[in-house]
Write a protein that binds this ligand. Structure first.
Ligand code: T6T
Length: 335
């Protein structure tokens, strides 16, 4: 949590260079939106538009959190999912959602630059924008941003992988998407940390474009060129799924150690099978719940947190039975 923002009466708050002090922290007013603050009871029947990055258990779990939190206020949730994790696919979905004039929009932008202009338009059209999971190069567009500390998660993965390989040997990183803030931050956190292990040779990052098959072929090619490869960090669910398949196909599962980000059912199976040794699980339902709470605060003129961080849980075969770990496994559906 970095700062607290007040949404001033939302009217001609255009020149919002106003700075307030709340709870001992300096606060900057959020972006101008054109609605008046309403009471909580007025929210009943209003719609929250939710646009995730793609379909996967991470965003399904987030949707479950959003729906449960919205229901407390009698609010409806309209979820529109891009078929691919791509700005060009997500932008028209966003534009259509804004045209329907929801009470607020919660979105995981698939590209930190490309989504800035359409989200600025959403704010100009009077739709408050909250960011979930991924963020933007220009965060001032949004009244809140709720996400995992992805840089820290990348560093956590580096430490886990270093330990698994006895702090020696060659390691590869699979970045799921250049320009997606989460992929970039996980990579940055991993790279910064892995440098501190003098016995580890970092082979660099390769991008799989959120395609498991591409991750599998990256692994095959890397093993062909580096038969002494010792470890892999795959930066999301699809990268990890494909990388684990690639290791199995190459007959290297369990021999080359793997740490993946995310914890859907497939990742847990791969962990149990020994193809993957550790998973950095996020808390997507909590991200969704907190984002709704911030949206309600924004709409009712209450203090809003500009930035909220959620924790990660490192899952290994050893702690798989623990209750905290069980809770961290993503859902495949809300029911
Ligand atoms: O890793 C999550 C999410 O945090 C990322 O931004 C995109 O990929 C996932 O949805 C997993 O597929």
């Amino acid at each position: 949590m970095t700062s607290t923002r007040y949404n001033l009466a939302l009217l001609a708050a255009a020149a919002l260079a106003v700075s307030l002090t709340a709870c001992g922290t300096t606060a900057t007013a959020g972006p101008a939106v054109s609605q008046k603050a309403v009471s909580e009871s007025d929210l009943s029947g209003k719609t929250i538009s939710f646009i995730p990055g793609v379909t996967d258990p991470f965003y399904i779990s987030m949707q479950c959190g959003i729906e449960t939190a919205a229901a407390k206020y009698g609010m409806k949730v309209d979820t529109q999912v891009p078929q691919q994790f791509e700005a060009a696919v997500q932008t028209p979905i966003l534009n259509a959602a804004v045209a329907a004039k929801p009470a607020g929009l919660l979105i995981a932008p698939t590209d930190s630059q490309a989504l800035v202009p359409p989200l600025k338009k959403a704010v100009s059209a009077g739709v408050p924008v909250g960011l979930v999971d991924t963020t933007l190069a220009d965060e001032s567009v949004a009244f809140t941003s709720v996400a995992t500390d992805n840089k820290k998660g990348g560093a956590q993965a580096a430490d886990a992988l270093a330990k698994l390989i006895g702090e020696k040997g060659k390691v590869l990183l699979i970045a799921f998407k250049a320009g997606a803030s989460t992929s970039d931050a996980r990579q940055a956190g991993f790279e910064e940390k892995i440098k501190s292990y003098s016995g580890i040779t970092y082979l660099g990052a390769q991008i799989n474009d959120n395609d498991p098959a591409k991750a599998a072929s990256i692994v095959a090619a890397t093993i062909a060129a580096n038969p002494d490869l010792k470890g892999i960090f795959a930066t999301n669910l699809f990268a990890a799924q494909g990388a684990a398949t690639g290791l199995r196909n190459a007959g290297k599962a369990g021999d080359v150690k793997m740490v993946g980000f995310d914890a859907g059912a497939t990742q847990i199976e791969q962990l149990q099978r020994g193809d993957v040794q550790a998973l950095v699980a996020q808390k997507p339902a909590e991200i969704g719940t907190k984002a709704v709470e911030q949206l309600v605060a924004q709409l009712t003129g209450k203090p809003v947190n500009a930035s909220i961080g959620t924790e990660t849980v490192l899952i290994t075969k050893d702690n798989l039975g623990d209750s905290a770990t069980k809770d961290a496994i993503y859902k495949e559906s809300c029911s």
